[in-house]
Unconditional design. Sequence first.
Length: 499
Amino acid sequence: MATTRGSGPSARGRAAAPSWSCTECGWGAAKWVGRCPGCQAWGTMTEVGAAEPARTTAAAPPRSPARPIADVEIALVARRSTGVGELDRVLGGGLVPGAVILLAGEPGVGKSTLLLDVAARTARTGSRVLYVTGEESAAQVRLRAQRIGAVEDGLMLAAEGDLGALLGHVEAVEPDLLVVDSVQTIASREVEGTAGGVAQVREVAAAVIAVAKARHLPVVLVGHVTKDGGIAGPRVLEHLVDVVCQFEGERHSRLRMVRAVKNRYGPTDEVGCFDLGDSGIEGLADPSGLFLSERRSPEPGCCVTITLDGARPMPIEVQALVATSSAPHPRRATAGVDPARVSMVLAVLESRLARGVAGQDVYVSTVGGARALEPAADVALILALASARSGLPLRPGLVAVGEVGLTGQLRPTTGLERRLAEAVRLGFTCAVVPEGLGGTGASGVRAPEGLRLLPAGDVAAALALALDGADSAVGASDGRTPAAPTDELERARRARGGR
């Protein structure tokens, strides 16, 4: 007796057998795996029945009729300042009612300290703030608040780990600002799994977002990060919230930076700078004091550049040291700069200026824990290394901006006008910049008032301009006898045609 195709016990067994599906990307598998083969996410495979009935959703009456966009009132979304200017800069002007903000960062970077300060400043304006902590006890948070001066009557504190209790506190307090520290420590009784799991984080985030939108309540969620630096939890969490901010900073540095990775209400190219100290965290409207060293006279091996972090110009001082090595393999150590770009600059220094560092240790670092990773810092790198190699300091008040190619030519960078304007504000008097192909000044950019542009076409000309008059400046500043010009200085001056 013939059977139809696809029938029989084996076919029915395959149809009734359960399958596993990834909650992040939808990848299907015949059995459970710890890591999704599609999106490489861990712990996202859930069991799904193979045969599910088709479901349709019937039309329901809307809660409010659709209306022209011009008739929608915008008074309900007026921004309110957090009291911290640097955080307002990142958020685009302040907190928007109903906005849900996710602040993520490594442990100990200062997330709880910053948000406790924001909560206290908001409470001082007469608003009611609810701070829900799931990681610490209320007494621990109280001690931190006393240390940073954040004890206010309008700041309500609750130590809860249950979602239902959190929503109950919101109903009872009716706050103007809600802070949840952190979203991975809150769990719902209606969902299986421990706190921090994929299903729990999704449920908690959805419930908090629903309350925020219904009450026009701004909410700040603290998020954990993985060992790779990504935000822990399901990827859908970042899609649900309105703003995603990354809190960055090294443990051994006072500098902390907040940048917006996603912002539905403002730009994502702003960066906020903070100073983390014993008495709390403070915004830095002018962080140049952390990035620039204070000295009375120029020193060999030091050069300042202006980088762009988003739309914000940041001064960074690059320091280099070249020392004789007794080891068979000289050491190359870097801090705050890209090691690959340092190696490239060293090769250009040896090939185009005939000043190699073979057999010598090279150390390159930045001041204050700043990070100079963009190509615009190449000129400052090569000038600092050449200055350290020759023992001659660069001319006073010098700043260098530009990219260096493998041929030794200087290439222009973006945002040169903003960089030069920041240099003038900080008191620099001259700037080594790439030579333009036309226009006024270097790269078609006009020199700001009070700043002298020194356009250079290659690294030899840039070095000659940076060292011109540096030897006499040393003798005039500290009374020492001016150093004799080295072969490197003479070669650089001849390269620029004796100018």
